[in-house]
Structure formats: structure tokens, C-alpha cells
Design a protein around this ligand. Structure first.
Ligand code: GLC
Length: 470
């Protein structure tokens, strides 16, 4: 079984979100189970120099992008035993950042077409191409329209994974022929609500569609979650399934993480106290071991639940508690948290930005970790928080629901609430704070959270079963 995993980002080469973690860890898990999995991604300007130094040039060819023909170079790199192909075209990818350019549709149409063309020139013939998110959504579309009729493409099957249905790749209809090179006779494959919708095209043409948790696979059939794609998904429900992401348990390990002030394990996590004290010192919070510390590491956007947090913040800070938030995003939340940090310097610290080293320290120092997302396809932070012994408080949605179970029954690994409602969330926070003060039971809960199994094992096997079924 050979799989080509196509992604617009993959750690450690290029990362902007959770997709990079998946593309950086699932292929290794597949390989460990004897599935030949290679990854293909664009060679962005931001690929770190030390990784560039390890790449070797394989070949080059030209790629049709509608009426244009564009150069594509193929570089190969090996990371953690997995082969990564990095596709080079400086016109499209020598830019700042990964996305957000006026011609993203063309950049990723080029990439998608190049992934398929590349197979004529390299010695890797996959049985399955696994494409991810809207940026790779044209791969199954192009495969169906232009490649499937000819060998060796006819034996290739395609899997498409939705990591977040909010980002669909929507453009004006004029792009269809001029940029994608797709004729109007085939417009029905991509057209949705009067626009070109790349995700819709992928759902229509891929052999199987997956998303990153079983609960999200059900949720996106409902208009509340689907960002208008539910009618399409309901029609194609037979090919849709949800497989929960795992995390790279070697990178996210408090026993070896170099970013921590002190390392620890689930057998002995007394050094969490060292991390807490050092973080309190760094953030100018009172150095107290006995106060519960609630951490949040997230982009500050409404769908991560920050409107709920804003609503109860003042009330929460009346409690004997410390709260640390790391992340940047919408101005309303940034300015609100700055103001709260000025008013409650003894209890609250807000750090803006994306700072992985500080994020790891927050996971290690926190007693509780808050993640009240409105929707969360899978989520990574709640799993990392568990591993680092910060007991999650989450809303029961998507992957949060599938990975965190309320400890009310004596077996769970966190605190959960159902409705997207600030008072319900506050109730769960108060339960968490109450549990923290139960000296007998709290360490047992922390240990249970730390021992939750978020390794890729089970999910990698589910992907393998899916590939084999094709
Ligand atoms: C997206 C989703 C997130 C998921 C990640 C990896 O970023 O928003 O929930 O964990 O993809 O699948």
C-alpha cells in the first residue's frame, strides 16, 4: 500500500495551524505500520534554511495551469524516516507567509495540478492520494476530469480530508476556465451558491471524504456547523466518515520537552510545581503554589469561544485564581484582555502572539486548560494539555467531545459543558476549581488526563482500513 499525502503545510517545513501537525505526524505513524506514505507540499520561502540544506533536487517539469504552462521543480527531503517532496515555483511560493495572497486560487490550482503531473516523473506510484483542505481540493477534481482515464492514474483512488469546513476556497465563476482550466460543462462539480467552491468539488469527486473527528463528521451535516455545505454532504453521506487525529507523542512529551523549566512524567509530576512557580515569576504573577492556574493558548477569534470568556472574565477574576492567556487575533479580544491584565495584575496575564516555547511552558504550569470552542473539528491543544497534566475544560463539540470526557463519572479526563453558553461554561470552570482543592482526588484526575491515549495508533489503523477498502 502506497499513499501520497498532499498538504499545503507540514511540520517542520511549514506550519500555520493544526493541519501541519497532522501532516507532520500521521505519515510517520502510517509508515510504522508498513504503509509507504510520502508527503508533498509547496516549497515556501519560509522553509527553514537548515531543512533546505537537507533537500536534494530530483527533477523538473512544466505544469498546465489553464492556458499557462508553469515550471515545477521537485526537491526531496527526509524527516523522521518519511520522504517529503517539496514543489518549487518561485513565482507562486517565494512570498511572505503561506496564504493570503490575491492569487491563492491560482497558486493552489498550480500545486494541485503539479502533484498529479509529478507522478509521471518520479519513481513513486501511489495507490491512494490523500488530499487535505481546500488548498488541495482540486487534486480529486483534476484526477477525475483529466487523469483517471489513463494508466497509471486509473488505478489511483483519492481520499479528501476536511480539517475545517469554514475555509472552502470560494471564488467567482470566472476563475473556472481561465485559472483552473475546467470547462463550463464540468462547472456543476464545483459550482455552489453561484460561486466556484473548491471544497464542494473535492467532496463531489473524491472516492472518500473524511474529517478529523467522528462528532464533527455528524455536525457538518447540520447547517449550524456546515457553512452552507450540508446539502452536498448529506447527498454524499455514504462516503463521509470521521477519524480522530492523534498527536506526535514524542514531540509533545513533558518528560523530554526542552522548553519546560523542569521535566516530569505521569508517574511523578511533582515538577509541575517548578514550572508553575517559574511561569508565575516570568509573568509577574504572585508565586503561589496553592492557587489554581487556568491556561489558554489559542487564536483570539470568536469561534474559539472568546465571547464566552469575555462575558465571565470579571466574575472569574473575583475568585482565588490565576489566569494566563497566550494568543493574538481579533482586536476586540486583544484590547479587552490587555485592559483586564492592567486591572487585575495579581490574577491575570495576557501575552499576545504565537510563541511555541511559551505555549509549552503554559501547558506545563497550568492546572486547568480552558477551550470552550463554538466548533472544533478536532483540536490539538486539549490533547497536549492532557499530556502536560493541565486538566481541560471544554465544550462538547467536534474533537473536543471525542477526546475529553467529563470526570463526573469518576473516569473522565476533564470537565465538559454542552450548550454554547457563558454560564454553562462558568459552571464547568467552577467545578474544575472545586476539584482542584480536593487534595485527595485532584492528583488522580491529573494522572488520568496525562495517561489519556492520544497517540496515532488507533487512528492510523482506521486510515489504513479506509485506504484498503478502496
Ligand atoms: C484545523 C481544525 C482543528 C484540527 C486541525 C487538524 O485546524 O480547526 O480543529 O485539529 O485542523 O486537523
Amino acid at each position: 500500500m502506497k499513499v501520497l499525502y498532499a498538504s499545503s503545510e507540514a511540520r517542520p517545513f511549514a506550519a500555520s495551524g493544526g493541519l501541519a501537525d497532522v501532516a507532520g505526524s500521521l505519515p510517520k505513524a502510517l509508515r510504522n505500520r508498513l504503509v509507504g506514505c510520502r508527503v508533498v507540499l509547496p516549497l515556501y520561502e519560509s522553509v527553514p534554511a537548515e531543512l533546505r540544506d537537507t533537500m536534494t533536487f530530483l527533477t523538473s517539469f512544466s505544469v498546465p495551469v489553464a492556458w499557462r504552462r508553469q515550471y515545477c521543480g521537485v526537491f526531496e527531503a527526509k524527516h523522521n524516516g518519511v520522504i517529503y517532496y517539496l514543489l518549487d515555483n518561485q513565482y507562486y511560493f517565494k512570498r511572505c507567509g503561506l496564504y493570503g495572497h490575491y492569487d491563492d486560487a491560482e497558486r493552489f490550482a498550480f500545486f494541485s495540478r503539479a502533484v498529479l503531473e509529478m507522478l509521471k516523473y518520479i519513481d513513486f506510484k501511489p495507490d491512494v492520494i490523500h488530499a487535505n483542505d481546500w488548498q488541495c481540493g482540486l487534486i480529486p477534481v483534476y484526477h477525475t476530469l483529466f487523469y483517471a482515464p489513463q494508466p497509471p492514474y486509473s488505478s489511483i483512488r483519492t481520499v479528501y480530508t476536511i480539517h475545517n469546513i469554514q475555509y472552502q476556497g470560494k471564488y467567482g465563476m470566472e476563475i473556472l476556465e481561465d485559472v483552473f482550466g475546467i470547462s463550463h460543462e464540468d462547472a456543476h462539480l464545483l459550482e455552489h451558491d453561484g460561486c466556484v467552491n473548491i471544497m464542494k468539488g473535492a467532496i463531489e469527486t473524491a472516492d472518500r471524504v473524511t474529517t478529523v473527528s467522528p462528532t464533527y463528521a455528524k455536525e457538518i451535516l447540520d447547517p449550524w456547523f456546515s457553512h452552507e455545505l450540508d446539502p452536498i454532504l448529506r447527498m454524499r453521506e455514504w462516503k463521509l466518515s470521521g477519524i480522530l487525529n492523534g498527536i506526535d507523542t514524542i514531540s509533545y512529551d513533558p518528560a523530554t520537552d526542552k522548553a519546560l523549566y523542569a521535566n516530569y512524567t505521569a508517574d511523578d509530576f511533582s515538577a509541575k510545581a517548578v514550572n508553575k512557580k517559574a511561569l508565575q515569576e516570568r509573568l509577574n504573577l504572585p508565586q503561589r503554589a496553592d492557587v489554581p492556574l487556568i491556561g489558554m493558548v489559542s487564536r483570539l477569534v470568536a469561534h474559539k469561544g472568546f465571547d464566552l470568556v469575555q462575558y465571565i472574565m470579571e466574575r472569574l477574576l473575583q475568585e482565588d485564581v490565576q489566569v494566563v492567556i497566550l494568543g493574538s487575533g481579533e482586536w476586540v479580544y486583544e484590547s479587552f484582555f490587555r485592559e483586564m491584565a492592567e486591572r487585575y495584575p495579581q490574577k491575570f496575564s495576557y501575552c499576545s502572539g504565537f510563541v511555541p516555547e511559551l505555549a509549552q511552558k503554559i501547558y506545563a504550569a497550568s492546572d486547568l486548560f480552558l477551550m470552550p470552542s463554538k466548533s472544533e473539528p478536532c483540536g490539538l491543544s486539549q490533547m497536549v494539555a492532557c499530556r502536560y497534566g493541565a486538566v481541560p475544560i471544554v465544550r462538547e463539540t467536534g474533537g473536543l467531545k471525542d477526546s475529553i470526557h467529563d470526570c463526573g463519572d469518576g473516569a473522565g479526563n476533564g470537565f465538559t459543558f454542552q450548550s454554547y453558553n457563558a454560564d454553562d461554561m462558568y459552571g464547568a470552570i467552577l467545578r474544575g476549581l472545586g476539584a482542584y482543592h480536593n487534595k485527595e482526588h485532584w492528583p488522580l484526575l491529573v494522572e488520568r488526563a496525562m495517561r489519556s491515549d492520544f497517540s496515532w495508533g488507533r487512528s492510523a489503523n482506521e486510515y489504513i482500513r479506509l485506504y484498503k477498502s478502496l
